[in-house]
Design a binder for this molecule. Structure first.
Ligand code: FES
Length: 363
């Protein structure tokens, strides 16, 4: 029979010190105090400190963040969920990491573009001083370059869709000469082109790489049929596309017979299927809200003042899931009505389809 070795003197001292500390700090745990004086050392919640804030355009800002204990290095193209407290309420959003893969780096970067109605994006770009502590979750996402990187790449981006691709380009450039890569990037104007100077310099240094910058305010939106002219061998290339839903839908259509060569990253919620019935939704057993058929359960809950967990708000990160207790919900993307008691529901892409009840996390 296995018998545990008796605790050593050092173990006994550690245990006694721990229980004295716990007694002294009760009802809080020592961890709670550690989180206050050294937030990056918390072992129960991953946090980061803003080291630098650098404007990119008049709407986009890069934040340099040093992550605390528990952070694992990201792969170029992945995203991170960031939690920030705005007016006493914690909001979670998802942003692509823009820094390259670097095993020696002590921080990472995200580049945030302020949206007109974006509570978090405006807070991060306009009201986040150096030293701010943010909450983090580990980097995720499979919009990453294969290893080894393909010899021929085509990257098509628009607006802040450049951000994950920038991390890829920086990673490739740090390894050596860029491969045969064509980047077609669209922005409303020259001034609103995020990373314009860096992109121009980067591509001018690498003769194998070609940069096509498009100002949609002057040149109009990119029509993917133009690829036959802009990049005649596009069918031979591994493609990475990131931008608004219309661009992604067009790419899916264009690569319909070559789906394995296409990698997509969605930055905006998918189109919603209209025509839900709506219903009375009970959040956590107390707050009941009348929700119309076209509004997500996340938006309806937040509008009613319910503290809702959230993240990307577009059906990717699963940061918004809540258990369904009664009723059914409608997938706003497909129109499909589904749900059994106990199912986890992505509230950002689910609408009401009759009355339903959701559990809220205990706080
Ligand atoms: S908030 Fe990311 S899936 Fe709903």
């Amino acid at each position: 029979m296995f018998r545990a070795a008796p605790p050593s003197r050092a173990d006994r001292l550690r245990s006694a010190a721990s229980s004295i500390t716990t007694t002294l700090t009760t009802p809080l745990l020592p961890e709670d105090f550690l989180g206050l004086v050294a937030p990056l050392w918390s072992s129960t919640s991953l946090r980061g400190r803003v080291l630098a804030v650098r404007p990119e355009t008049d709407r986009a800002t890069t934040l340099h963040i040093r992550p605390g204990r528990g952070w694992r290095r990201h792969r170029a193209g992945q995203y991170v969920r960031i939690g920030v407290d705005v007016d006493g309420v914690r909001h979670w959003r998802t942003y692509s990491l823009t820094s390259p893969e670097d095993p020696t780096a002590d921080h990472f970067t995200i580049t945030v573009q302020a949206l007109a109605d974006g509570v978090v994006s405006r807070h991060l770009t306009q009201a986040t001083p150096v030293g701010t502590i943010v909450h983090l979750e580990p980097a995720e996402g499979d919009f990453v370059l294969p290893e080894p990187a393909p010899d021929q790449l085509l990257m098509i981006t628009a607006g802040s869709g450049i951000t994950p691709v920038m991390a890829m380009l920086r990673t490739l450039a740090a390894r050596g000469p860029l491969p045969d890569v064509v980047l077609v990037h669209s922005a409303p104007s020259t001034e609103q082109t995020i990373f314009r100077t860096e992109l121009t310099e980067l591509f001018s240094r690498h003769p194998n790489a070609r940069l096509i910058l498009r100002r949609t305010g002057v040149d109009g939106r990119l029509d993917l049929r133009e690829l036959d002219t802009l990049c005649p061998d596009w069918r031979d290339r591994t493609a990475f596309v990131c931008g608004p839903a219309g661009l992604l839908d067009a790419a899916t259509e264009r690569w319909a017979d070559l789906p394995d060569q296409l990698h997509l990253e969605r930055f905006t919620p998918p189109a919603r299927s209209p025509g839900g019935s709506g219903g009375e939704i009970c959040y956590g057993g107390t707050d009941t809200v009348a929700v119309d058929g076209d509004t997500s359960l996340l938006e309806a809950g937040e509008a009613a003042g319910v503290l809702m967990p959230s993240g990307c708000r577009m059906g990717i990160c699963f940061g918004c899931v809540l258990p369904l207790r009664d009723g059914q919900v409608r997938d706003l993307r497909t129109g499909q009505v589904h749900g059994e008691p106990g199912d986890l529901i992505q509230t950002c892409i689910s609408g009401a389809s009759g009355d339903a009840r959701l559990d809220l996390p205990t706080r």
